[in-house]
Design a protein around this ligand. Structure first.
Ligand SMILES: [Zn+2]
Length: 68
């Protein structure tokens, strides 16, 4: 349903967009997750880094979150 995150590529590129696979929110330069005003061009996967936002990690992968 979503592509494998290009983690290794992402670390070498600064002009990429980090997008959540589940809710399609994007990570802003301020470290905040927000819904983009305009739809992302998913075809341009070169500039997209698919991952999960904190909310979706908790929602879909609760076992991966340490509750302390
Ligand atoms: Zn999300």
């Amino acid at each position: 349903m979503c592509k494998v995150p290009h983690t290794e590529l992402a670390t070498t590129k600064k002009d990429f967009t980090t997008v959540c696979c589940f809710c399609n929110k994007v990570l802003t330069a301020h470290g905040e997750w927000t819904i983009p005003a305009t739809p992302l061009h998913l075809d341009s996967s070169d500039t997209l880094s698919h991952t999960f936002c904190p909310d979706c990690v908790k929602k879909h992968y609760p076992f991966a979150v340490s509750e302390g």
